[in-house]
Design a binder for this molecule. Sequence first.
Ligand code: PXP
Length: 389
Amino acid sequence: MPVLFRNDFPRSFPRVNELSVRRSAELLLELSGMVEAELSILLVDDKQIGELNRVWRRKSGATNVLAFSLTEGDDSAMALNLLGDIVISVDTAAREAKKEGITLHTRLQALLLHGFLHLIGYDHEKSDSAAERMHDKEQDLLQEITKKRREKMIKLAVNVDHIATLRQARGISEPDPVLAAGICELAGAEGIVVHLREDRRHIQDRDVRLLRQTVKSKLNLEMGAAKEIINFALDVKPDMVTLVPEKRKELTTEGGLNVAGQKKKLKAAIGRLQGAGIPVSLFINPDPRQIKAAKDVGATFVEIHTGRYSDVTGHEEREQEFELIAAAAEEAYEAGLRVNAGHGLNYVNTARIAALETIEELSIGHAIMARAVFVGLDQAVREMLGLML
Ligand code: PXP
């Protein structure tokens, strides 16, 4: 089911979640019984789509989506299952999303669907009844795709700091977090997280440098916003950075970042990192004020702190904490931020969080490592993934 994806939008990252667009396209093919077909998606800006509109449709100005069918009257393309190209203007999609009060991704998905229906022969311009048929099909597919996407969206990123903690306790070279990361990836993890602390109490510079070379999924470097660490990140270039508050004496990260209280500093740090092509996530409590601030300072992601939800013991309190996380994830997603979550998640409390459709990824360390001691790392990761379906 090949979906060829090209992002020619000049200001490509961080506005568009390419994975999300690609998944929507794959689902469209699946739901239409065309798993063998090939589809190409091109994201462009208004200028580029305006040019295509002029050359191919003799119309002036930009439009939101253009579909170029390869199968119309071409038997060889039909035989090869080549559907054609869908070109979407991110500029127009963003404007339309704003006007409709929906997210850019929701709008992109609708435009993708519209283009796709054109490619498979629907045409609202032919007649009223054809327009009605296309509209009905669009609504049906949109419902199905939303349902399916919610089932599929979540990913697991494993934090391997504890492997380094064990190594540092002996001051020798084993166990190696780099090896652990490979095992996690082979078991299905789609990201590796390490926290490089200022005091280097567990993860060392060498670990991050080697992980940069070996991690095949995505290396997420968790860190405080100290200058020395930022310079290190700029040198190593992880796939993303998660900024956290860091206190020397804490056992683990204790609370979310107070983004609202240090906007200037964080904006500068984010500017440097994202300027070098490293998307930044801010680890925040499920608090609307922090979400707004995260948006204001230009973060690409937020990671919602699930620590309180994990730690509270009373049923009612846990429900309250869960509601806060669900609302915060929704709010951040609607604000156009990409949403991760983590801290304190374990084999009992993860499934509910994983079911929240607006969260892309969970970052889990302690519970997986604790279980790995008894059942092995590979199995511990697989069991966690099994709970996140
Ligand atoms: N996310 C962040 C920002 C963290 O600091 C940590 C702990 O290192 C985690 C997730 C993972 O937490 P846990 O080890 O409790 O799963």
